[in-house]
Design a protein around this ligand. Structure first.
Ligand SMILES: [Zn+2]
Length: 205
């Protein structure tokens, strides 16, 4: 679970585009410098399926740099937006899969729509980040479980830090439901010593 996998170019690119969308060019340059990843300034990986050398821990370094520069509250707002942007870019970059899923879920109830979208997203994330995400559910909630989460890789904190993943889950479910009427919360995080970064999706009704 702890392997520091190589991330597919287009997935790393989607994260950088999401950050740039929120922070602008100067903002992302400052973050990349702080993270020790200045080689990516104005030099994002191409939108392809190669693995150009960027690792899960590089994602963790970027998230940690955001905490250092913007503080927990600032980085929370930024990373939630980045995560939603990642969902948006991810859906665009994987348009064929996304369109097929959207068509398949057309007549399903809300909960099944959300579940199918999360299953599809988890599969794409596992493939492109070479990580391990599972989706589970109980009577009340759906759960997105990141067993080898990139965002907290290599650092610790006393509260959950993987807001980008919460934003990503939010973006995927909002896309599936065409609605923002639900809640996503990170209920355990590897940064604070939990076994898994776990995100709870509560659908209203
Ligand atoms: Zn995490």
């Amino acid at each position: 679970m702890d392997k520091d996998s190589l991330v597919m170019n287009k997935a790393f690119r989607a994260m950088l585009l999401g950050l740039e969308d929120v922070l602008g060019k100067p903002g992302i340059a400052a973050i990349l410098r702080q993270a020790g990843l200045a080689q990516y300034i104005d030099n994002y990986p191409p939108s392809d399926t190669e693995r150009g050398g960027q690792r899960l821990s590089d994602v963790g370094k970027i998230n940690h740099a955001l905490f250092e520069i913007y503080g927990p509250r600032g980085s929370r707002a930024i990373m939630q937006r980045v995560g939603r942007g990642q969902a948006k870019f991810g859906l665009q970059e994987n348009a064929a899969v996304a369109n097929a899923a959207k068509l398949a879920m057309k007549l399903l109830p809300r909960r099944n729509k959300a579940k199918l979208a999360l299953d599809t997203a988890a599969k794409a994330v596992n493939e492109q980040l070479d990580t391990h995400v599972t989706i589970s559910e109980d009577a009340q909630y759906l759960y997105y479980e990141a067993w080898n989460c990139a965002y907290c890789k290599g650092w610790t904190n006393d509260a959950p830090v993987c807001y980008a993943v919460a934003g990503f889950v939010h973006g995927i479910v909002a896309w599936a439901l065409d609605s923002d009427d639900f809640q996503v919360q990170e209920i355990s995080c590897r940064a604070k010593g939990d076994e898994v970064c776990k995100f709870r999706v509560g659908l209203n009704a």
